[in-house]
Design a binder for this molecule. Structure first.
Ligand SMILES: [Fe+2]
Ligand SMILES: [Fe+2]
Length: 238
């Protein structure tokens, strides 16, 4: 059924065509940078915003896992010979995903980004779990249950906050702020990198398919809480 190379080890990866090697490097670098950047700008500051010890405990777990995600990709990258500075946002010229420019300042916004932002991370990781480069695939398999926990964490805390009318307004405002940035999270529909990932079986779906799936799942998620997604003009995302 599939005629992709199945690359079981980093040693075997070194024998693959340069296009394959470079595609794997790009995936590892992108995940290493974005996991670290997100941990710093969103997750770690939220320990201070969490309103009670239970919430702080849960956020600490999220923070631990997000830094762990960075570190796993970073370690794999190091094994692959990627220079460390290419995987550290402060030393690399590769910019983190544009959603990370969005400044969040409240507990409600943090819970919302976990609910609908980490749903986006789930989709990205899901796309890697059957990939042809097994060290990356295995790492995605380890990361997956943690991303599910983050999104569920967000949904559960958002549900609690929505118990009051004032809380519900705050979560709706946070959804309205964050959601319009999310379609960018999946890259441009016509992306050369995406074509190469599909060609080599590193990913399963096009950026456009992932984005559509994300939008449908985000809608179901917010509607469970009696919230709505803001209308967005999709022409801004192509
Ligand atoms: Fe993560
Ligand atoms: Fe996460």
């Amino acid at each position: 059924m599939n005629d992709f190379p199945q690359v079981e080890t980093v040693e075997h990866w070194r024998e693959q065509p340069e296009e394959y090697q470079e595609a794997c490097r790009k995936l590892v670098i992108s995940h290493a940078i974005n996991e670290l950047y997100g941990s710093r700008v969103y997750d770690e500051p939220a320990i201070a915003w969490a309103p009670n010890p239970y919430a702080k405990w849960m956020v600490c777990r999220v923070v631990m896992e997000e830094y762990g995600h960075h570190y796993r990709f970073f370690e794999l990258g190091r094994d692959m010979g990627i220079p460390e500075e290419a995987m550290l946002p402060e030393m690399s010229e590769k910019a983190p995903l544009s959603i990370m420019d969005l400044k969040l300042t409240t507990w409600e916004e943090f819970c919302t980004i976990k609910m609908i932002g980490d749903l986006g991370e789930i989709l990205h990781v899901e796309d890697l779990v059957q990939g042809s480069f097994h060290p990356l695939r295995n790492l995605a398999r380890m990361t997956m249950p943690e991303e599910y926990f983050h999104s569920e964490f967000g949904e559960n805390f958002c549900r609690d906050i929505c118990q009051t009318a004032e809380g519900k307004d705050k979560i709706q405002a946070a959804v309205n702020l964050i959601y319009p940035h999310m379609p960018h999270f999946f890259g441009k529909p016509k992306s050369r990198n995406n074509e190469i990932y599909l060609k080599w079986g590193l990913k399963k779906r096009t950026n456009g398919e992932m984005r559509e799936d994300y939008m449908a799942r985000a809608k179901i998620t917010v509607e469970k809480l009696g919230l709505t997604l803001p209308d967005i003009n999709m022409n801004n995302y192509d």
